[in-house]
Design a protein around this ligand. Sequence first.
Ligand SMILES: [Zn+2]
Length: 477
Amino acid sequence: MNKSPLARLAALVLSCAALAAAQVDAQAATITIVNQNAPGIGFNDPTPAAPIGGNTGTTLGQQRLIAFQHAADIWGATLTSNVPIRIGASFVPLSCTESSAVLGSAGANEIWSDFPNAPRAATWYPSALASKLAGVDVSTPGEPHIIARFNSRLGLFPDCLPGPGFYLGLDNNAGEALDLVTVLLHEMAHGLGFQTFTDDETGAEILDLPSVWDHYLVDNRTERLWVDMTPEQRVASAISGNGLSWNGRIVTAAVPAVLDPRSRMTVFGKVAGRASGDYQVGDASFGPPLGRRPVKGQLMPVIDQPDGSGLACAPLNKHNAWAVRGNIALVSRGTCAFVDKARNVQAAGAIGMVVTDNAPGEPTGMSGSDPSIRIPSVRITQEAGVTLRAALQARSRTRSGVFASLSVYRHRLAGADNRMRALMYTPTTNAPGSSVSHYTTDAKPNQLMEPAINSDLTHTVTPPRDLTYPLLQDIGW
Ligand SMILES: [Zn+2]
């Protein structure tokens, strides 16, 4: 049996003491917290706190512990294992700025290969999963299975995302705050095995052994698995944009029930020329989602800047209002919020809005909320915007002859590849700690295991809402 403590780069290899394999029955797992904070801080912080959202603790530390146990119980009721899982946890200062913060980090404390009952030989498993599969605790005596750290300064200091900070209630009612139970569920999933131990920046495996995770990662253009790739091929797939999918049977079976159809913009019309065709779009969190029934109209640009672009950050003037009335408004990103642009073009009579990016990159979503917005909006790349504007040169004041249709694909899902497998997070610039070991940010609805926590997440880790547990099942849970 091989063991590697992840805290050290030079992993130790210990010889295996033969372990008696116990019968593994299906029973809920017990997850306990090992409080690693010193007296007076973190989970022991004595600052008085008023009970909130079902959390009855009366100090900050108590409330953190109660929220932690609540999340642990959700995972415990979902998983099965005869071996109690211990999570070494602490609230400590983690990196943050005025505008962003690391909420938490977690992972397996030890990894093991070739333990009794190991489903795959010569493959690393996280400690908690190895123990479940072996039927006995394989971890080093005294060592927790999972190490988890959470940001103790979040929201409490001006240099650490000042604001409401963590919401400690248990009722998923965080409002503008960050829901701690959601963050805990996310971090615990990493510790349970939602991670690769292979280095996604160098492609190097620990001691030349793959992680169980790597048996399920597939390059969706070559259909080659991570375990069968060279380190260079792994590095390339890790920054491939949308080139890496999860090839596990249980996730793939759940994908159609969990993910919504992918949004679609099609441009057509006699004068559309080379602008004709389908465009990749980012969705808006405001306004109605795109649906099967298309919203169709002529594309008409708003022009309110000296360079001929249009921001639509103010109520539209007469000429722009004539142009967009009954049509789909084309505006540029920047200067004001997306909802301000949508409100202004809607007030002028537009039936939809297309926002062109003001910087190169993949199409991403548009945040914001305003219940008064009733028209659909999408975001397209800067490059696509240049193509469309060129096709709109010959328009009159009220007609362009270039039509756009906003709808959804019948057989493509948001966050899945063309074979309906879940896409992983592989941005074209490697994001250390985020790339590969998360689902894509394109998933609709947002998934717990995306690299950032979204406000619409629930405390659900199973289908039909979420794909986290199916992935853990694929690797052996
Ligand atoms: Zn994460």
